[in-house]
Design a protein around this ligand. Structure first.
Ligand code: KG4
Ligand code: ZN
Length: 343
C-alpha cells in the first residue's frame, strides 16, 4: 500500500445490524477499501432483521470480509495504525461479533483499539467525499434505528438537539412498506414506487412535537396510513400503492426538512449535512438541497453506499477519535443502547 510516514491507517469493522463490513481508511477521508456483505436477502424472507440470524451470519462472514478489505486496499498488517469497531448502538449479538474480532486482531497485532459510536460513524460518512467539510455544522441522522438532529460542534463533540419520540424515520418507511405490500427493506421500495405516484393524492398529517421543537414523532403518521388503508378496505375503494407511497414519503420529508430548517435558522448555521440509510432517499436529498439553497446554507450528503451501514464511515470517525487520543481497553463491550456523546 502507498503510505506516507505521517499517515494514519485504520482497519474499521462494522457489524451492528445486518451488514458485515470492513474498510481500510487513511487519514479519515481516504477510503482504500469498503467491503460490505449484506444479509438483506436472508432477512427479507422474514420481513425484517432476525437478530439471531444476523449474529450467526456475521460470524460466518467476518474473517472473509476483513481479508477482502485488506486485499483490496493492498494493505499489509504491519501498515495499520489502529483497529476500529462499532460497539453501539445496535443488536447486541451482532455488535459482539465485531467487538470480539477487533479485540482479537488488535491483541495479536499489538495495535490500539478504538470503539466507535455507530451514529458518529454515520455523521462522519460526510467527511469522506466532502474533503472541505469541517465542524461546526448541523446533521440530520435518519436511519432504521435513529432519527437525530445533531449539532456537530467539533470533531467528536456532539449535542443532540432533537430525536424521535417513537419510530425512527427508516422504521416508518419499513412499516408502511409492509402495510402496502412492498416488503422489506421498505425505504428503497417506497422511493421507487413513489416516483410513479402523486404525493398530493392523500393528505397525511405532518406531526410536530410542540414542547421540544426539534423532536420528531412518526408513529402517528404510520397509524394515519394504516387507518387510510383500513378505510379504503371498508369502503371497497381500491388502494393506489404508488399514491399512498408518494404521499407518505412527502409527509415524512416535510417533517424532516421542517425541523431541520427550524434548527438551521435558530442556530444560524452555514453548513447542513444528512446521514443514515434514509439519507440515500433522492426526494429527501432534493428537498433538503432546495431548502438549504433558499437560505444560503451549504448542503452535504454522502453517496448512497456511504449512507447505509458500512465500515468506511467507522474508519472516518475513528481517525478523529484516534487523533484526540481516544483508546479503548480490553474491557470494550457491546452497548446496544449507547447514547451519542456517552462513553
Ligand atoms: O443506516 P441504515 O443502513 O441502518 C441503521 O443504522 O438503521 O438504515 C437502514 C434504513 C432502513 O429503515 C431502510 O428502509 C432505510 O434506511 N432506507 C431508506 C432508503 N434506503 C434505505 N429509506 C428511504 N429511502 C431510501 N432510499
Ligand atoms: Zn446505521
Amino acid at each position: 500500500m502507498l503510505r506516507r510516514n505521517e499517515d494514519i491507517v485504520i482497519l474499521a469493522i462494522e457489524t451492528s445490524c445486518d451488514e458485515t463490513a470492513a474498510a481500510v481508511v487513511v487519514n479519515g477521508r481516504d477510503v482504500r477499501s469498503n467491503v460490505i456483505s449484506s444479509q438483506i436477502d436472508l432477512h427479507t424472507l422474514y420481513g425484517g432483521v432476525v437478530p439471531e440470524i444476523a449474529s450467526r451470519k456475521h460470524i460466518e462472514r467476518i474473517n472473509q470480509v476483513i481479508l477482502e478489505a485488506m486485499q483490496q486496499a493492498e494493505a499489509d498488517w504491519d501498515e495499520l495504525d489502529a483497529i476500529a469497531v462499532t460497539y453501539g448502538p445496535g443488536l447486541v449479538g451482532a455488535l459482539l461479533v465485531g467487538v470480539a474480532e477487533a479485540k482479537a486482531i488488535s491483541y495479536a497485532r499489538k495495535l490500539p483499539l478504538i470503539g466507535v459510536h455507530h451514529i458518529e460513524g454515520h455523521i462522519s460518512a460526510n467527511y469522506i467525499e466532502n474533503k472541505e467539510l469541517e465542524p461546526p455544522f448541523l446533521c440530520l441522522v435518519v436511519s432504521g434505528g435513529h432519527t437525530h438532529l445533531v449539532n456537530v460542534a467539533d470533531y467528536g463533540v456532539y449535542e443532540v438537539l432533537g430525536r424521535t419520540r417513537d419510530d425512527a424515520a427508516g422504521e416508518a418507511f419499513d412499516k408502511v412498506a409492509r402495510a402496502i405490500g412492498l416488503g422489506y427493506p421498505g425505504g428503497p421500495k417506497i422511493e421507487k414506487v413513489s416516483a410513479k405516484g402523486n404525493p398530493h393524492a392523500v393528505e397525511f398529517p405532518r406531526p410536530r412535537v410542540t414542547e421540544d421543537a426539534y423532536d420528531f414523532s412518526f408513529s402517528g403518521l404510520k397509524s394515519a396510513v394504516l387507518n387510510y388503508l383500513n378505510a379504503c378496505k371498508m369502503k371497497h375503494v381500491e388502494v393506489v400503492q404508488e399514491d399512498v407511497a408518494a404521499s407518505f414519503q412527502r409527509a415524512v420529508i416535510d417533517v424532516l426538512v421542517g425541523n431541520a430548517m427550524l434548527a438551521a435558522e435558530q442556530y444560524q448555521v452555514k453548513k447542513f449535512a444528512i446521514a443514515g440509510g434514509v439519507a440515500s432517499n433522492g426526494a429527501l436529498r432534493e428537498a433538503m438541497a432546495d431548502a438549504c439553497r433558499e437560505r444560503g446554507i451549504s448542503f452535504y450528503h454522502p453517496s448512497p453506499v456511504l449512507c447505509t451501514d458500512n465500515a468506511a464511515m467507522i474508519g472516518a470517525a475513528a481517525y478523529y477519535e484516534y487523533r484526540a487520543g481516544a483508546r479503548s481497553g480490553w474491557d470494550l463491550n457491546a452497548v446496544p443502547n449507547l447514547k451519542l456523546g456517552e462513553r
